[in-house]
Design a protein around this ligand. Structure first.
Ligand code: PEP
Ligand code: MN
Length: 338
């Protein structure tokens, strides 16, 4: 339910409503708008008729149901676009944000050189996996803590904010000590224990879409994080599994306008995993901007031929610089600065 407060409501009245919501066994989530404040009351759907009676409290204008199953993620609850702050970078505003870096953190030279390269070309967030989810248990699993240390060194050197993946609830505190943003990978999109844990730590979250997940399931996964009180979530479309085998996944760009309609959360697109091949990254990056994405995530490697993971889809520095130039007019046409 959304409890819409009257404009200029007294703080005391607002607090009384929050208290009553919580006494009824619901969670309250407040959005303080410039015109008016609204309170989302979420919890067991069965007792929601009791919330209707809040209309009788002073300061309450109306009580309206949220029809979507993803309550806090929905535009019904929050009509205005959310802007997520990662370090000094805003995602969801008028600037198109480019996150770039290698699939895996491999060596100090590799991550430092890549960080400098992507920064010079215009990226504002550095990516790189220290803990890697791999299809094979025999494949490179990431440098772990050493990888986090190297990411921190790259941030120190370049000033770029850092996003890196966390695989397990018990690693969240450790990864959050270094990361400016926690990535939840496609394979973990419905790891509910992990979603709840990143919801508790209140660091920005980059949530990637599961390879077989519907948009509704994707937004329900975001709802897990939001329901813990962490509102800093960026959604990432990274391709879904279809019958097509010419590309690694099928980049579902439909998801961008659909999510924009259903949710207030920023959406970025990862054409590297979405296509699985460096040649297709630039065209799909342009398409992503054209359909309204708030940003891009691009894998870049100084020597893709010897990359520990995802070399085929990684751009070399020169290709990344070219991509940044080529996307500029697309960003401008979409009303964004780079
Ligand atoms: C990655 O970003 O390197 C990654 C493993 O992505 P995804 O979870 O989308 O496969
Ligand atoms: Mn990768």
């Amino acid at each position: 339910m959304i409890i819409v407060m009257k404009s200029g409501v007294a703080e005391e009245d607002l607090q009384r409503v929050i208290h009553t919501i919580e006494e009824l066994g619901y969670q309250s989530h407040v959005i303080r708008g410039t015109q008016r404040s609204v309170i989302g009351a979420v919890g067991d759907e069965r007792g929601k008729a009791r919330l209707q009676s809040l209309e009788a409290l002073p300061g309450v204008e109306s009580v309206v149901p949220i029809l979507q199953p993803f309550k806090l993620a929905s535009r019904e609850f929050k009509p205005s676009q959310t802007v997520v702050k990662v370090g000094d970078v805003n995602i969801g505003g008028d600037r198109l944000v480019v996150i770039a870096g290698p699939c895996s953190v491999e060596t100090e030279d590799q991550i430092l050189e890549t960080a400098k390269t992507v920064k010079e070309a215009g990226a504002t967030i550095l990516r790189g996996g220290a803990f890697k989810p791999r299809t094979s248990p025999y494949a490179f699993q990431g440098l772990g803590e050493e990888g986090l240390r190297l990411l921190a060194a790259a941030r120190e050197e370049t000033g770029l904010a850092v996003v890196t993946e966390v695989l397990k609830p018990e690693d969240v505190d450790l990864v959050a000590e270094t990361a400016d943003m926690l990535q939840i990978g496609a394979r973990n999109m419905q790891n509910f224990a992990l979603l709840k844990r990143v919801g508790e730590v209140k660091k920005p979250v980059l949530l990637k879409r599961g390879i077989s997940s519907t948009i509704q399931e994707f937004l329900m996964a975001a709802e897990y994080v939001l329901s813990e009180g962490n509102y800093s979530i960026v959604l990432c479309e990274r391709g879904i599994r279809t019958f097509e085998t010419a590309t690694r996944f099928t980049l579902d760009l439909n998801a961008v306008p659909v999510i924009k309609k259903l949710s207030h959360l920023p959406v970025i697109v990862d054409p590297s995993h979405g296509t699985g091949h460096w040649e297709y990254v630039a065209p799909m990056a342009k398409a992503a901007i054209a359909c309204g994405a708030d940003g891009l995530m691009i894998e870049v490697h100084t020597h893709p031929e010897i990359a520990f993971s995802d070399g085929i889809q990684s751009l070399k520095p020169a290709m990344f610089r070219k991509l940044m130039q080529e996307v500029t007019p697309f960003a401008r046409a979409a009303g964004r600065r780079l």
